[in-house]
Ligand binder design. Structure first.
Ligand SMILES: Cc1ncc(COP(=O)(O)O)c(CNc2co[nH]c2=O)c1O
Length: 399
């Protein structure tokens, strides 16, 4: 049995999404900016996809949604253009973000620091969540932008975005949220939550890789990063990726049409899996489940190196990760676990399991069995895990 539990890294394209995309590769393949019928024949489907995207995040007609190649582009765009507009051509010089943002935020902030921008990396609490009062305390009259992810790709923990948005609005500071792990997974209602910019990415909610977007409140000014061609009203030049935009719209419709019911079904499987794995001795998971995306588990297994566990799981045809794939090549400690206070040894033991609406009960049963046997195997050969009686209920199964 093959079981894919790395949906925070990327998801399978829903077959219904593929079906919606197909006609726009070799039948209706015109450039939407062309004046002839080959181009204009794409417009109805494009408009439908745009409407599906606006509806999924409850954006208003006054707002802009600009299609990008991915959330990394969206994140780079906001950070670099706020620097251009409000630091190079304004009187600001400060950005507030957190220690646990995705590398596309953290690396861009590092680049901006090299250009002279002051960046505050806020700490998170023991649950991996940044507290709104902490954000407030670091905003100054020189702050150009606050950027805080809506939900963590590594822990699933959800930040107090509504409160932070109210603080930024009150202080007159621009607010960006990296919504990649929230859009299509939990309710995102931008009439209820104040954000100036929101990044999202289709391959996180069963859409195609290579398409994402940036929500821009009230269509406010933001210097373009991509010039020439003047598509998207000059906000993001480049020929529109028609099939992918249509795929993202369909994926958002499918992900959000019954989101509460979908979340409940995914959470039930996640909780059953998490409860079973926590029967293993010397394990813990990060964060309160009620403030976590319904599909994510970050579990620490004392005495078991994360990479070794991934290798064993992979041998069992189970796909998981130790955290952001963008950082996985460096085999360093999980930065989020370090940020919440785990020591270096513990921070090397994190395994992230992220389910989807396609995860089945049979797959959960298989993972429970294989995971427990893998832990027994790896602890059996671990020099760092003293042979000890389990510190809490549940026997470690003999392999
Ligand atoms: C919060 C967050 N922001 C931005 C990105 C980048 O999105 P992309 O540019 O559209 O790919 C990711 C991808 N996160 C992960 C990719 O692999 N493992 C992950 O956790 C993410 O989780």
């Amino acid at each position: 049995m093959q079981v894919y539990l790395d949906n925070n890294a990327t998801t399978m394209c829903d077959p219904k999404v593929v079906e919606a995309m197909l006609p726009f590769f070799s039948e209706q393949y015109g450039n939407p900016n062309s004046l002839h019928k080959f181009g204009s024949s794409t417009h109805p489907a494009l408009m439908n996809a745009i409407n599906q995207t606006y509806k999924a995040i409850n954006a208003s007609d006054n707002d802009d949604i600009v299609f990008t190649s991915c959330a990394t582009e969206s994140n780079n765009w906001v950070l670099q253009s706020v620097w251009i507009d409000h630091v190079l051509n304004g009187d600001k010089n400060h950005i507030v973000t957190t220690e646990v943002e995705h590398p596309s935020i953290l690396s861009t902030c590092k680049f901006l620091e090299e250009q002279g921008v002051k960046v505050t990396y806020l700490p998170v609490n023991e649950e991996g969540v940044v507290e709104a009062h902490t954000v407030k305390s670091f905003i100054t009259d020189k702050t150009a932008l606050v950027s805080v992810m809506w939900a963590s790709n590594e822990t699933g923990m959800i930040n107090p975005i509504k409160e932070i948005g109210e603080i930024c609005k009150e202080k007159g500071v621009l607010f960006h949220t990296d919504g990649v792990q929230a859009v299509g997974k939990i309710p995102v209602d931008l009439q209820d939550v104040h954000v100036d910019f929101l990044s999202f990415s289709a391959h996180k909610f069963h859409g195609p890789k290579g398409i994402g977007g940036l929500y821009i409140k009230d269509s406010q000014e933001l210097s373009p990063l991509m010039h020439g061609g003047e598509q998207m009203g000059g906000r993001r030049s480049g020929t529109l990726n028609v099939p992918y935009i249509i795929g993202m719209g369909k994926a958002l419709e499918l992900a959000t049409e019954n989101i509460e019911e979908t979340m409940a079904k995914i959470r039930a499987k996640r909780d059953r899996l998490e409860d079973a794995l926590l029967e293993l001795s010397d394990t813990f998971t990060v964060g309160n489940r009620d403030n976590r995306t319904p599909n994510t588990i970050l579990i620490s297994i004392k005495g078991v190196e994360g990479e070794g566990m991934l290798w064993d799981l992979n041998n069992g045809e189970i796909g998981a990760s130790t955290g952001s794939a963008c950082a996985s090549e460096d085999l360093e400690a999980n930065t989020v676990m370090l940020a919440i206070g785990a020591d270096n040894e513990l921070a090397h033991t994190g395994i992230r399991l992220s389910l989807s609406r396609f995860t089945t009960d049979a797959e959960v049963d298989y993972v429970i069995s294989h995971f427990k046997n893998a832990v027994a195997r790896l602890r059996g050969i671990s020099s760092s895990f003293a042979k000890q009686a389990p510190t809490k209920g549940g026997e470690v199964q003999e392999c």
